[in-house]
Design a protein around this ligand. Sequence first.
Ligand SMILES: *Cc1c(COP(=O)(O)O)cnc(C)c1O
Length: 222
Amino acid sequence: MSVRVNLEFFKREIEQHKAKLIAVSKTHSEEKIMEAYSLGHKEFGENKVQELVSKAEKLPKDIQWHMIGHLQRNKVKYIAPFVQLIHAVDSLKLLAEINKEALKNERVIDVLLQIHIAEEESKFGLDEQEALDLVSSSEFKQMQNVRIKGLMGMATFTNDTAQVRKEFKGLKKIFDQLKSEVPLAHQADYKELSMGMSGDYQIALEEGSTMVRIGSAIFGER
Ligand SMILES: *Cc1c(COP(=O)(O)O)cnc(C)c1O
């Protein structure tokens, strides 16, 4: 399995849809990341804070690190100095913490709200009403150091492609509906829809994804 061949395949596929590829490098070695980096790829995703920080310390500084996993509030401080985009914000409290740490670091941190679209109970995320309440809350309006760039979601892990498509369609609909509800100051930046992984990226792209998060199909099984 060649990282080069896989990466080039996905870049072509994804660019045809004007979307962006986040190469999910969790559990994979720094050597494998460097293999992709040396081909010009700069955007990588990790789902654990400790692993993300440790890789970021060792690898080139122009890598853009995406935190794609569930994030605990007490760990925000470790990634706040450098993280490119936090994909899985699912509470106002977490957002407030990100805002606080961003302020300390004198920067604005970009985030996506995670929406729960899958049937599985275990997956994190907000429902449509919760997301609406969050973006229209007065607390959020006062946060100067976070920017909501869009939404993220994970479909049910199933071979039923109709089910997956239905979930992605639902997420796109919420994405469109929320656009007019986010504060005016955020509307120009609200344009990203992070959906699609190795098993379902094609459906996600067809349903309007702007960012796919692909791990095993590039780097191999974990
Ligand atoms: C691991 C992970 C991915 C990538 O999954 P693959 O099936 O390996 O492509 C995407 N998104 C999130 C949130 C993940 O944790």
